[in-house]
Design a binder for this molecule. Structure first.
Ligand code: PEP
Ligand code: MN
Length: 344
């Protein structure tokens, strides 16, 4: 049950409502910073409801389903900022996450980490556990890869993002990751969403390849409802009939999400394009539509990549993507996050 309080309710009125909650054995909490929407849990039968109806300060008694969804943009929650190590997303600031599709070996990962850092990325993304369409394709280097990510993180200071595919890996992944990636194929894995909702580790949630925007937002709601407010939405392209690109980047969807939710929204031009030559254009389009950052696949030798080589760009191209990102963000009154100087 929800109680909407009148604007400018006095402290004495709030106290008397609180005492009535205590008397009736109800748990209560405010859902908003303005302390106008009070949620009550316990026996909310008609008799109990009627006790609140005449209380001074009460404007309306509502059903729990009338509560605003936690992802929704409101007057108080306009633009949430989420950080992944030194990378910052939202509130007018954008960052670039880059790295190989899959972590291959330790030295190669470190080489890529240094290259993407020099190109302007503030977070490294590499998969240790890979969700592959075929069970015979490379499934990721698993726990060895987590070790390589930990080393790259320690040596570069980059934030680390890696995919969490299975709740059984949660603790091991949480030890090295500054953010869990929940991939497109797992967007509707509600058990996984509930588990990451119980943590305070940021969650980079990718849109299911056939998910509506409402389904995408409700997947984020699972994480928020569990108590983890650090969610970044990632548009990575949706399936269509044309095979020229791997998916279709939904730029309209990005603009809609930016209007609808206070959560940061980033774009993955790599999985949208499926081909390296179109990645810079899609990155620019995503930022122009309002995205708060990019997730880009980079590999020094795409023909040797264990997965998604066709869409990997070079670190040199990434530097151009970052340069263009800076220009677009500045035109829009926003800025690209820059590394903080180390304290000595
Ligand atoms: C990936 O990020 O490498 C990946 C598998 O992405 P998606 O879940 O968007 O397909
Ligand atoms: Mn990939």
């Amino acid at each position: 049950m929800l109680i909407r309080l009148r604007k400018r309710t006095t402290a004495a009125e709030r106290d008397s409502i609180q005492s009535l909650c205590n008397e009736l054995g109800l748990r209560s909490r405010f859902l908003d910073d303005a302390r106008e929407m009070l949620e009550l849990e316990g026996d909310t039968s008609a008799q109990v409801r009627s006790r609140f109806e005449d209380c001074s300060g009460v404007q309306a008694i509502l059903e729990a389903s009338d509560a605003p969804e936690a992802f929704a943009k409101t007057a108080e929650r306009v633009g949430t900022t989420v950080r992944i190590g030194p990378a910052e997303f939202g509130g007018g600031v954008a960052s670039v996450i880059a790295g190989p599709c899959a972590v291959e070996d330790g030295d190669r990962l470190l080489e890529i980490a240094r290259a993407v850092q020099n190109a302007g990325a503030l977070a490294l993304r590499g998969g240790a556990f890979k969700p592959r369409t075929s069970p015979y394709s490379f499934q990721g280097a698993g726990t060895d890869a987590l070790g390589h990510l930990a080393r790259a993180r320690a040596e570069t200071g980059l934030g680390v993002v890696t995919e969490l595919l299975d709740v059984r890996h949660l603790e091991a992944v949480a030890e090295v990751a500054d953010a869990f990636q929940i991939g497109s194929r797992s967007m509707s894995n509600f058990a996984l969403l509930k588990e990451v909702g119980q943590t305070q580790t940021p969650v980079l949630l990718k849109r299911g390849m056939a998910a509506t925007l409402r389904e995408f937002l409700l997947a984020a709601e699972y994480v928020l409802a569990g108590g983890n407010p650090h969610v970044i939405l990632c548009e990575r392209g949706i399936r269509s009939f044309d095979s020229v690109t791997r998916n279709v980047l939904d730029v309209g969807g990005v603009a809609y999400l930016k209007q609808t939710t206070h959560l940061p929204v980033i774009v993955d031009p790599s999985h949208a394009a499926g081909r390296s030559d179109l990645v810079p254009a899609l990155a620019r389009a995503g930022l122009a539509a309002g995205a708060d950052g990019l997730l880009v696949e980079v590999h020094p030798n795409p023909s040797e990549a264990h997965s998604d080589g066709a869409q990997a760009i070079s670190a040199r191209t990434l530097a151009e993507v970052v340069r263009d990102a800076r220009t677009i963000l500045e035109m829009d009154g926003r800025r690209l996050a820059t590394p903080q100087p180390e304290l000595t």
